[in-house]
Ligand binder design. Sequence first.
Ligand code: FES
Length: 80
Amino acid sequence: MMEPKIAKKGPYVMEMQPGKYSWCSCGESATQPFCDGAHERLDTGLTPVEMEIKSPKTVAWCGCKRTAKPPYCDGAHNKL
Ligand code: FES
């Protein structure tokens, strides 16, 4: 399994609408913070985190891929 790439040393804070989302855990996606299938193309051994948002809300998606609470930022980027 590959070490995830740091896509960004901080969260992607976004206003989200209800729907299903796939958070990139490998850091290689070109459509951060969401999966674009790069984990398979690059054979990273990592898989995205699938989740559903039921009502509109602001989400701080982890960009550093080091959070202990994926897909959310937990402040781990401050130690990088
Ligand atoms: S961006 Fe990864 S923990 Fe904050």
